[in-house]
Design a protein around this ligand. Structure first.
Ligand SMILES: [Zn+2]
Length: 428
């Protein structure tokens, strides 16, 4: 028996927030009581009962990140499933979905079964995508039924767009038949000379051409049309341009089943970060303008963007130390996502805490149909206990890699405990 006592429960839907005692037995929440109930007093006298004093802290559903790169198999010098899950737990995440630009790719049953078996040993809930196309080559569809049976929860070729429109249409038709969502990396490579940096003032200063916003906007436009035509459900991953947010807002009003995710870095930083942090601010799609950043926040506020996803993308120090043009894109993000959400969205008054927690738990769980993102009696005992006002220093990462511009910063929202399946998987 585990009791999380006296914390302020955050209900992502906002209805049942308040100070509560949460009683956990095994991997389930068995009771949610008003403070100081006779039930809790009685249980606390039991020697086997462990109590977490959450007084003055917030208790939210375990966070959900449907976009992480654990680099396993194939690139385990950057990250592996165990270290990735460790970084997730440290960041308050109890559910993650791994991307499939691994080696081998997540285009076959054996690899999917292997990563899920190893994910099940980590203490948190580790899910995986299946790829849309074989070898992520954009030529031939995978066997969707086989990958679903093996455990794939969504389909994506993340890292690469599906440039062939007829293949995209076929993929959408097949995914829709099976009730699965396709997640899309929306950047048309034909527009891009140097990826990872916004085409504009900053790129010019650095002598680079960069990645123009039209690379994203054109793909978002095309894929909204395909989703509308086929009835498929799609996600625009790591949205970066204001126009894309607007396209999705309009499409959703027409009933198109299109969703979007925003990364913590896209709602925190702009292209100027590249001047300060170099390759640690290089990512695909790139950081853009302040007006884009604000449009993303507006999208998060009004629910056009239902999910915050870290796109946790570990790379080795040697790789990121290459010159800006040849260094790989992407940064880590699992450990600082909640902190940046609190600092940039809640402390600024742009989102409520309930809205932030929704976009980091119930939102993504809802889009992909995962059992997560709520706190209720009989439900999963997956929780994060944190103090939004308490600062901490991000000096060391649980990830194998530390390619993030936020390393060394003081951040709000210190996490005290992450609980998954009724077990404490991180204690801060
Ligand atoms: Zn990604």
């Amino acid at each position: 028996m585990l009791i999380v006592k006296g914390g302020f429960l955050i209900d992502p839907k906002g209805a049942d927030s308040g100070v509560k005692d949460i009683i956990i037995d095994g991997d389930r929440i068995v009771n949610i009581c008003e403070p100081d109930s006779d039930l809790v007093k009685g249980l606390m006298s039991d020697a086997d009962c462990k109590v977490i004093d959450a007084t003055g802290k917030m208790v939210a559903p375990g966070l959900v990140d449907c976009h992480v790169h654990f680099r396993d198999p194939g690139f385990t010098y950057k990250e592996d499933i165990e270290t990735g899950a460790g970084a997730a737990a440290r960041g308050g995440f109890t559910t993650v979905v791994m991307m499939g630009n691994t080696q081998p790719h997540m285009d076959n049953v054996d690899t999917i079964k292997d990563v899920l078996e190893r994910g099940a040993q980590t203490g948190i809930r580790v899910y995986t995508c299946g790829n849309v196309t074989r070898d992520m080559a954009g030529k031939e569809l995978v066997d969707m039924d086989a990958l679903i049976n093996a455990g794939a929860v969504l389909f994506t070729d993340d890292g690469k767009p599906i440039t062939d429109a007829s293949l995209m249409e076929k993929a959408c038709t097949e995914a829709a038949k099976r009730g699965k969502v396709i997640s899309l990396h929306e950047e048309d490579p034909s527009f891009i000379t140097d990826n990872g940096i916004n085409a504009g003032e900053v790129a010019e200063k650095l002598g680079l051409k960069g990645s123009p916003r039209d690379a994203e906007i054109s793909m978002v436009k095309r894929d909204i049309e395909i989703a509308e035509k086929t009835g498929a459900e799609i996600v625009v991953q790591h949205i970066s341009a204001a126009e894309s947010v607007e396209l999705i807002r309009d499409a959703r009003k027409r009933g198109v089943k299109v969703h979007a995710e925003a990364t913590p870095h896209h709602f925190t930083l702009t292209q100027d970060a590249v001047l300060k942090f170099g390759s640690l601010a290089k990512m695909n799609p790139p950081l853009r303008l302040e007006s884009d950043r604000m449009a993303i926040i507006e999208g998060l506020k009004d629910g056009t963007i239902e999910m915050i996803a870290t796109d946790h993308a570990p790379h080795s120090r040697e790789e990121k130390q290459k010159d800006l043009k040849s260094a790989p894109s992407g940064i880590t993000g699992l450990e600082i996502s909640l902190a940046l959400g609190i600092r940039e969205l809640v402390e600024t008054g742009l989102l409520t805490m309930e809205e932030l927690i929704d976009r980091m738990s119930a939102g993504p769980a809802g889009v992909y149909g995962l059992d997560a993102g709520y706190i209720k009696e009989g439900g999963l005992a997956d929780l994060v206990v944190f103090d939004p006002g308490e600062e901490w220093s991000f000096v060391q990462s649980a990830s194998k890699s530390s390619n993030t511009p936020f390393l060394g910063q003081r951040l709000p929202g210190k996490i005290s405990f992450t609980i998954c399946k009724g077990n404490i998987v991180y204690a801060g």
